[in-house]
Design a protein around this ligand. Structure first.
Ligand SMILES: NC(=O)c1ccc[n+]([C@@H]2O[C@H](COP(=O)([O-])OP(=O)(O)OC[C@H]3O[C@@H](n4cnc5c(N)ncnc54)[C@H](O)[C@@H]3O)[C@@H](O)[C@H]2O)c1
Length: 250
């Protein structure tokens, strides 16, 4: 049985609607990451894209379970913003081509915003567009980059200069992955949440002030609630303006 603790978060886009599932239970057998994403994988072919920091933490459990149902391959990229470039995208294409994967493949982004942006861009461009699923593992990627369909890479002359809008089939934000997140990355995510609160409403800002200590102490239920509120806001913005040219545009 799947037990998301915030059901019903749907992103409406021009191409399709997709759910954001926020859970803190994916490490439990009955609601593993694999069980939650499997219904959103349409073909038999799966390529998990991750990096060499996240792979030792979360890859095996996901891969071991998915192989029971799908033909699963893995692409492990080097960790870091400096690798968010064409060479990494080529590494993903190479993995897809070597396995003779076709239009039915689903790419799974297992990682923070860097992995998510690159996997999304590879999905947008491989065979003119294939399915992908986001499993964001940083707080920043859970509240921001995994939702909304902005994908891309950096160019030597500018950040995020090459990319595409490409929406995932689903987003699975497993709060329990935050337990291994470095403190600096947790703070970066909290800073992003404060940014949301400043532009959303006063009620959220008040809630945030009351719950900031709990968030910094890694209270997963409180963090999950914050992610839900930010994602709801982002889903509303995307429904009105998919290219997000409004107040949070970057
Ligand atoms: N597409 C969008 O709408 C959008 C929005 C905002 C930011 N971004 C992009 O997101 C990127 C930043 O994302 P980020 O802040 O997630 O950084 P990141 O992906 O570089 O992750 C930060 C670090 O944490 C590690 N990490 C990730 N999850 C972990 C976990 N659970 N446990 C331990 N370590 C973990 C990563 O390997 C990395 O070293 C930038 O490239 C930015 O351009 C995109």
């Amino acid at each position: 049985m799947v037990m998301p603790f915030h059901e019903g978060l749907i992103v409406h886009t021009q191409s399709h609607d997709y759910p954001i599932v926020i859970t803190e239970q994916s490490t439990a057998e009955h609601s593993s990451m694999a069980k939650q994403i499997a219904p959103y994988i349409s073909g038999r072919q799966v390529l998990i894209v991750t990096n060499d920091t996240i792979a030792p933490l979360y890859l095996k459990a996901l891969e071991d379970e998915l192989v029971e149902q799908f033909m699963v391959k893995v692409c492990v990229l080097p960790d870091g913003e400096q690798y968010k470039n064409q060479a990494s995208i080529d590494q993903i294409y190479d993995a897809l081509m070597t396995e003779h994967f076709n239009r039915d493949v689903t790419l799974i982004a297992l990682g923070g915003g860097v992995v998510g942006d690159m996997t999304g861009f590879a999905a947008a461009s491989f065979m003119r567009g294939v399915n992908f699923i986001q499993i964001p593992t940083t707080l920043l990627s859970q509240v921001d980059s995994s939702v909304g369909g902005k994908t891309g890479i950096n160019h030597a002359q500018g950040k995020n200069m090459i990319g595409a809008f490409w929406q995932p089939q689903m987003v699975l934000a497993d709060m329990s992955t935050l337990k291994t997140l470095p403190a600096r990355e947790l703070s970066a995510g909290v800073a992003e949440i404060i940014k949301y609160a400043l532009i959303m409403d006063e009620a959220f800002l008040t809630w945030l002030e009351e719950n900031l200590t709990a968030m910094m102490a890694l209270d997963l239920a409180v963090l999950g609630e914050a992610v839900k509120r930010c994602c709801q806001y982002k889903a509303d913005v995307v429904a009105q303006d998919e290219r997000e040219s409004g107040v949070r545009a970057c």
